[in-house]
Unconditional design. Structure first.
Length: 282
């Protein structure tokens, strides 16, 4: 698989936050075992300023339009906003009508766009994998859920897996409809944690700690605690019991969470995100 990817051209349509994150991790990251280089990429970007920035920083090929990108790519990553996807799919479809038959894999990261929507817009049958990364992908600490469409096989899924491993771990989702749950959990998840961080910082400031100290304490508490949780076989409940001693300070705080049913609030919020993801999906 490693050699397979090395000899492929990956076309990225839209190099905003996510498209650029892929380039940055694949080309610029010196700390990792680098498998891909600028030679593996071609991009098309609507925003001219962004396009010249990407050309200068990453030295990748720039396609004049989607048609040229389709002709030159083996794998296409669609990284535009969902509202821009129709024109991109039309352009891919038009290019494929005049393109020699070839192996092609389309990976879409557009939130809410089902693989069947893409398959229906493109003929002939096209291999599609849907990817749902999240924001920490920009520093290689994201998590990406992957689901394959009707015409993609396990090998295609593994190709997508290898590309997205650049941005952090990946998980395969068998039933694509569960991507709406993923969206509500890991897609929106960073914002939930930022919300909790900002609430704890505000509480610390309310108790007279200065902002800088509060930020430092809260950020490192989050990082260290999540690292601890992920390294051990203990679950969150077990670790809570290790921090909270009977009659102590942690227990006093947890009592308020339980009395106010914070778990119910979180469950309701996540369900609401899930329903919204379902509503927006097409
Ligand atoms: N950001 C996240 O945390 C995140 C997480 C999971 C999934 N996603 C998904 O990832 C996709 C990209 O998100 P993003 O945050 O990277 O968006 P973004 O920063 O807006 O990047 C998209 C880029 O594509 C360009 N573009 C639009 N139409 C184009 C076209 N026809 N040809 C070439 N370039 C085109 C846009 O240019 P203009 O700005 O000029 O329109 C923009 O520079 C979205 O569908 C989103 O749902 C994002």
């Amino acid at each position: 698989m490693k050699n397979f990817l090395l000899s492929r051209i990956i076309g990225i349509i839209g190099v905003g936050n996510m498209g650029e994150a892929i380039l940055a991790r694949a080309i610029k990251d010196k700390a990792k075992d680098k498998r891909l280089s600028a030679k593996n990429f071609i991009i098309v970007e609507k925003d001219r300023l962004k396009e010249s920035f990407v050309k200068r920083i990453y030295n990748v090929k720039i396609a004049s339009d989607v048609k040229e990108l389709v002709f030159k790519s083996d794998i296409i990553i669609i990284a535009v906003k969902p509202q821009d996807i129709d024109s991109v799919l039309d352009a891919i479809n038009n290019a494929l009508q005049i393109c020699e038959e070839k192996w092609l894999l389309i990976i879409s990261i557009a939130a809410g766009i089902n693989t069947s929507y893409i398959e229906n817009k493109i003929s002939p049958e096209v291999k599609v994998v849907r990817a749902m990364p999240n924001m920490p992908a920009s520093i290689g600490e994201g998590i990406t859920a992957l689901a394959k469409g009707h015409f993609a096989n396990t090998r295609d899924l593994n190709v997508a897996k290898e590309i997205f491993a650049i941005l952090g771990p990946t998980v395969n989702i068998e039933k694509e409809e569960l991507i709406d749950v993923v969206t509500a959990i890991s897609g929106s998840g960073p914002a939930y944690l930022f919300y909790i961080v900002s609430a704890i910082v505000a509480a610390a400031k309310g108790l007279d700690l200065d902002k800088e100290t509060a930020n430092k304490l809260v950020y490192q508490t989050m990082i260290g605690s999540m690292d601890l949780l992920s390294r051990h076989s203990f679950d969150a409940e077990t670790l809570i019991s290790r921090v909270a001693s009977k009659g102590g300070t942690t227990e006093a705080a947890l009592k308020i969470f339980k009395e106010r049913q914070l778990n119910e609030i979180i469950a309701e919020a996540i369900r609401s995100a899930y329903l919204r993801a379902k509503e927006l999906s097409r």
